[in-house]
Design a protein around this ligand. Structure first.
Ligand SMILES: *Cc1c(COP(=O)(O)O)cnc(C)c1O
Length: 954
């Protein structure tokens, strides 16, 4: 008997299956699309689109693509090479328990992790509320007025605080003081950041070495890295008397027990919310925080969520003080923070909601008393324990026993912190159990039981907090898991993420984040490693990182990669520092001019500014290309001082410029280096390599091209690749080599999300990655072809093609009908879509990038919506529709528009169910259009006392 399905194992083509996961259009759909675009084959389209002069010679190859099962087996093998001990190393990273409801419903939930940055507030109300909860929690714990919605890590947050202090201090001093009790990686980053800007850094004992008149600001760690808890009130007052700014880096869990930085008079507080339920992940990602006094809110870097009203006067959330990133002001920039840590901030905020202030306080008390017990045992053994006043961390003087005790601890399954040559640091946490303490005692040579010790606070009354925190009803809701699950679900239902519709964001490459790629990140062998464990315990991680680096070298044509930068902008910063160090090493440290086309992403000039370079803008031509005459002239003019140029390829206008090699040659001829912004790598992988074109260094946004999800505005990874001559100047890290130059708190940045990119490479193979690029280009050209006639596509190559994205010009509609790019973006919400990138790189335009992941059906749905919108505009142009009262101006429409009075000159049907929208699965925006101006005039950045929370409250 023959089997009903004709299928033999030799027919099995894993490659086809691999492609069908990541590549949206089926082969038949591709044929149809190619007909519309006007090419006989995909390769013919690619040959006509990607200039022959930049095509790579060798195809990408690292063996056959793996199936999901094979890739997961390989990841399991790698994970097993990591050793999961209990890490009591502290130094900014602590064991924590992720409440399972948060792990499953947020971290492992595509409704949360596939969302984009909330620039379109009407479709982002869920994550904006979660972020507002986060800001409220941070403000309460730190005792300060305004907190941002996260920064990349504690060390970069501290460096941002230094830069902000320099801007706002009335003191004109040129030095920044850093308490020697700060975490070593924080001190390293402060040095990195200060040096190019010419600020002196004084590291020392605040009582001995701090002269307030000498500094524009100072940073203190609270509790200190070695455990000390002290009151900084007097020192802060003396800083203020000298016109300097005080920053306290504070552990948010400790703040549940301790007097807050605000009560001590601090101007800025920074820190990390990792221990609020976010696993250590061998360094990240986690959400760092920054909170400031009200007077400084307009100088604060990062995104700030605020409260406004919608067109009906209902409360609505939005990003405040910025349409995009107001602090990224190109040449005048003060910070380059773009992608931050939204998903992790959401997790930390939900940890706050889950536990409430009583729960957080109980955890803090328990951690403290465990540490006291531990200290009592060690004291009984005769060891000198420091300090006398501490929260969770103690330092033990062990003299020559250091090595033996550390090793004995590892044998007991516990990592301790080596301090100098004669001390050991121990930090306890939420996860520490009686057995943990007993294991540590055993390593020190004692067989104690925890019941032998009756602990009492080692915190004097004056150190204790007596101000309330987290008083808002959201932190007091009934926390039955049914309520938690529903609250998390309610918020995610308000948002439009990739699990509902395509997000056609130019430059931001919102592609599939495949489930098989996401699974490993919560495996304990990846999630729970402390970043500073001995190398013998992280062999799997480093093997994976090395292999990913090899593959990225192959993809880019570079010779070495640094995985340290944890966002694209950090990558730019790290890459430019590398260039700077290279020039200095060659005795050409005077080279400080950076040529940047005016069309560049705002982070480019901002990053250049941060490494002390002078930005010289280069003109763009009418067609969006770099103006070569201007480029040549500027290179000539600044020849002797030229440090580098920063270009984006394909250009931010979505075109493969033919002149890119010439740009590199000119730059090199004048002694400069080429930084190629790799954000658009999705148009290049397998077809063209920056390293072959003549570029010296690039960052890759792994959260764009290599499948790490955007998380609603972070996490990300921005590793940099360099040519061999720059490799010796890549970032270092105090925990791996003493050379410094660290750009992130952890040596491999947000290491725990690297398995996503690695498994993407494994499952696609070189061939699959190349196919993805080709289909990304096909999808973009298909959209351009379908929208042709209705909209004008702004920039194309000589052959009339776009790369992986296209810009459509909506400015004529503003002239003919008064319809703005905003109106179109909001109307797209009614159609069930997230808007494309608005007004960048050209004001009044939309930049559309479909990516290879989208099917023909979804792209057609989008095109149908765009064409229908064009017809609605035409109705206004023709006078058939009112200029002010029409579906575009009133978009988005909500359920509120379906009930009550209706006196608009168009039907409810037309309002709510335009082409593209689904009847049954309709996405309903939870609010009508949001008033941006109102929100900035009446700035509220913490949870307002609202009745709507009442239903969630007890
Ligand atoms: C996204 C992007 C960046 C910034 O990357 P982040 O990860 O958000 O910091 C820089 N340049 C371009 C062209 C980009 O699209």
């Amino acid at each position: 008997m023959s089997s009903p399905v004709e299928f033999s194992f030799t027919d099995y083509q894993p490659y086809d299956f691999a492609n069908r996961r990541h590549i949206g259009p089926s082969p038949r759909e591709m044929e149809e699309m190619l007909k519309v675009v006007g090419y006989p084959s995909l390769d013919a389209l690619i040959d006509d689109t990607v200039p022959a002069s930049i095509r790579q010679k060798q195809p990408l190859s690292w063996g056959a693509p793996m199936t999901e099962r094979e890739a997961l087996d390989r990841l399991r093998e790698i994970a097993n090479k990591n050793t999961n001990l209990v890490s009591l190393i502290g130094q900014g990273y602590y064991g924590t328990i992720t409440p399972p409801v948060i792990q499953r419903c947020i971290l492992e939930n595509p409704a949360w992790y596939t969302a984009y940055t909330p620039y379109q507030p009407e479709i982002s109300q869920g994550r904006l509320e979660a972020l507002l909860n986060y800001q409220t929690m941070v403000c309460d714990l730190t005792g300060l007025d305004v907190a941002n919605a996260s920064l990349l890590d504690e060390a970069t947050a501290a460096a941002e605080a230094m830069a902000m202090s320099q801007r706002v201090a009335s003191s004109k001093a040129n030095a920044f003081f850093v308490d020697e009790n700060c975490h070593p990686q924080t001190i390293a980053l402060i040095h990195t950041r200060a040096e190019p800007l010419g600020w002196d850094v004084i590291v020392g004992d605040p009582d001995q070495d701090l002269d307030p008149a000498q500094v524009f600001g100072a940073l203190f760690q609270y509790p200190g890295t070695y455990g000390h808890v002290r009151d900084f009130t007097k020192i802060i007052a003396s800083l203020h008397a000298a016109g300097a700014i005080a920053t306290v880096a504070a552990d948010p869990l400790a703040l549940a027990l301790l007097k807050s930085p605000g009560e001590m008079g601090a101007d800025i507080a920074v820190g990390c919310t990792q221990r609020f339920g976010v696993p250590m992940g061998y360094g990240g990602p986690h959400a760092a925080y920054m909170a400031v006094k009200d007077a400084y809110k307009r100088s604060m870097p990062g995104r700030l969520v605020g409260v406004s009203v919608d067109a009906r006067g209902n409360r609505a959330y939005r990003l405040s003080l910025q349409t995009r990133e107001q602090h990224i002001r190109r040449e005048k920039a003060t910070s380059n923070i773009c992608t931050a840590q939204v998903l992790l901030a959401v997790m930390a905020s939900m940890y706050g909601v889950f536990h409430g202030p009583e729960g957080i306080k109980a955890i803090a008390q328990s951690v403290h008393l465990k540490a006291v017990r531990l200290a009592m045992g060690l004291e009984k053994l005769g060891f000198a324990v420091e300090p006398k006043v501490f929260f969770d961390t103690i330092t033990v003087h062990v003299g020559p026993l250091q090595g033996a005790i550390m090793n004995a601890a590892v044998a007991e399954g516990v990592n301790l912190r080596k301090i100098g040559s004669d001390r050991i640091g121990i930090s306890l946490d939420e996860r520490s159990r009686p057995a943990t303490l007993e294991a540590v005692w055993k390593a020190f040579g004692a067989d104690f039981r925890i019941a032998e010790f009756e602990p009492s606070y080692r915190l004097p009354d004056e150190a204790l907090r007596n101000t309330p925190y987290m008083t808002h009803p959201i932190f007091h809701m009934n926390r039955a898991e049914s309520e938690m699950t529903r609250y998390i679900r309610r918020l995610s239902d308000r948002d439009l993420a990739l699990d509902r519709a395509m997000i056609p964001l130019g430059s931001c490459t919102m592609k599939l984040n495949a489930t098989a790629e996401m699974l490993p990140i919560t495996w304990p062998e990846f999630a729970e490693l402390h970043p500073f464990v001995p190398d013998s315990q992280s062999a799997g991680y480093r093997e994976m990182i090395d292999d990913l680096a090899d593959k990225l070298c192959q993809v880019t044509g570079y010779d070495a990669f640094s995985m340290q930068p944890n966002s694209g902008a950090q990558g730019e910063y790290a890459g430019l520092l590398t260039i700077r160090n290279y020039h200095i090493a060659r005795g050409e440290g005077h080279r400080d001019i950076c040529l940047i086309p005016t069309s560049a992403h705002g982070t480019n000039p901002a990053s250049a500014q941060m490494v002390g370079m002078k930005v010289v803008p280069v003109k763009s031509r009418e067609n969006g290309d770099i103006d070569m005459d201007d480029f040549r002239a500027k290179a000539e003019q600044y020849s002797a001082q030229l440090s580098c140029c920063m270009i984006t390829y394909p250009s931010t206008h979505g075109v493969f410029e033919e002149t890119v090699r010439e740009v590199c040659e000119i730059t090199h001829r004048h002694g400069g280096q080429v930084y190629l912004d790799g954000a658009n790598m999705n148009a290049m992988v397998g077809l063209s390599r920056p390293g072959d074109i003549g570029s010296d260094v690039s960052h890759l946004n792994l959260h764009k091209t290599f499948c790490i999800p955007h998380g609603g505005g972070g996490p990300g990874m921005g590793p940099i690749g360099v040519k061999a001559h720059l490799a010796p100047h890549l970032p270092g890290h105090p925990e791996r080599n003493g050379e410094g130059g660290a750009v992130s708190a952890a040596p491999f940045g947000s290491a725990s999300i690297l398995p996503i990119s690695w498994s993407y490479c494994l499952m696609m193979g070189g061939e699959g990655l190349t196919q993805a690029t080709k289909v990304a280009i096909l999808n973009a050209n298909y959209i351009a072809a379908r929208l042709k006639g209705a909209y004008n596509v702004l920039y194309t190559s000589k052959s009339g093609r776009v790369a992986h994205e296209c810009i459509i010009d909506t400015r004529p509609l503003a002239d003919s009908a008064g319809i703005t790019v905003d109106d179109i973006a909001k109307r797209l919400i009614d159609c069930g879509f997230h808007a494309p990138t608005m007004s960048w790189p050209v004001a009044g335009t939309l930049m559309i990038e479909p990516t290879e992941s989208e099917t023909k059906a979804e792209i057609d749905r989008f095109c149908d919506a765009m064409l229908a919108i064009r017809e609605e505009v035409r109705a206004v142009e023709d006078g058939r529709m009112d200029k002010a009262n029409n579906p575009l101006k009133n978009a988005p429409h909500t359920v509120e528009d379906l009930v009550g009075e209706w006196n608009r000159p168009y039907s409810r049907e037309q309002a709510c169910f335009p082409p593209g929208s689904f009847r049954v699965d309709k996405y309903w925006a939870p609010v009508n259009r949001i008033d941006n101006v109102y929100g900035d005039r009446n700035l509220i950045c913490t949870c307002p006392p609202v009745e709507e929370y009442a239903q969630a409250a007890e």
